[in-house]
Design a protein around this ligand. Structure first.
Ligand SMILES: N[C@@H](CCC(=O)N[C@@H](CS)C(=O)NCC(=O)O)C(=O)O
Length: 250
């Protein structure tokens, strides 16, 4: 399978968390793309040209994070993304976190067309959604990954890290001790530690002008976990053309 990703997207992270927890990493080749670059194979796989996009082993494209998660549950049922036990609570918590993820990315994307997006009516509502979402997660945290990795935990860890990463002007968890402690406890989990968002990298643009980054054969078979991991792979390529993945894409 091929998964089109970037290194920052919270929607990509939801999928990468499930891939790691389900032990599927060895079956998924990842390719970093610029979602605004319209690289041909990526655009062919997803008319919306958004990450994540999965292409299955038989070439079937599947876009949208939640639909990809549905597929991953079908091919690797355990641990289930949405286990039957306590399903209602799991979905409630996940919905709060997913709402805040949507709000955060809509601000980052909104800034591309309107520099005043944050202070416009929609931006103000999105900021409230982030604040209120985190407050509700503090009141109703998910299970620890060690207990059960599911959609609630995936979405909560993703939103906490993404908001801290993209909106670093304040300490979002300062008044949220329960959520802060919950996040801290997940840090040792391999899937969590290895999927944190990061920006900036160096690589080699492919010649088709589509914005793809060429990676060595063996490095393209894995998910990059940290910036230094990414840099190590690029050093091995011997290429040094800066490519900024930390630009406006969420
Ligand atoms: N609903 C989609 C959202 C995906 C999404 O918005 N991805 C962003 C990166 S976080 C993207 O590719 N944006 C490019 C664009 O909006 O054209 C999902 O769940 O997968």
């Amino acid at each position: 399978m091929k998964l089109y990703i970037n290194t920052t997207s919270p929607f990509v992270r939801l999928v990468r968390l499930a891939i790691a927890e389900k032990g599927l990493a060895g079956r998924v080749e990842t390719e970093i793309v610029d979602p605004w670059g319209d690289a041909e194979p990526f655009l062919r796989a997803n008319a919306a040209a958004r990450v994540p996009t999965l292409v299955t082993d038989d070439g079937t494209p599947i876009a949208e994070a939640l639909l990809i998660l549905r597929y991953l549950d079908a091919i690797a049922p355990e641990p289930s993304v949405w286990p039957a036990r306590d399903l209602e609570r799991t979905l409630t918590v996940a919905a709060v976190a997913l709402g805040a993820i949507e709000a955060a990315t809509s601000i980052i994307i909104g800034r591309k067309s309107s520099p005043t997006f944050d202070s416009d009516a929609v931006g103000i509502k999105r900021h409230r959604t982030m604040r209120e979402g985190l407050r509700r997660l503090d009141a109703m945290p998910p299970r620890d990954f060690a207990d059960r990795p599911d959609i609630a935990g995936y979405a909560a860890v993703t939103v906490v890290d993404y908001i801290g990463f993209r909106f670093p002007d304040r300490d979002w968890l300062a008044d949220l001790p329960t959520l802060s402690a919950w996040r801290e406890r997940q840090q040792q989990r391999e899937s969590v530690a290895s999927t944190q968002p990061y920006t900036l990298g160096c690589g080699r643009r492919s010649n088709d002008g589509g914005g793809m980054v060429e990676l060595s054969e063996d490095s393209s078979n894995r998910i990059f976990s940290t910036l230094s991991d990414w840099e190590d792979q690029l050093k091995a390529l011997g290429e040094d053309i800066p490519i900024d993945f930390g630009g406006p894409e969420p």
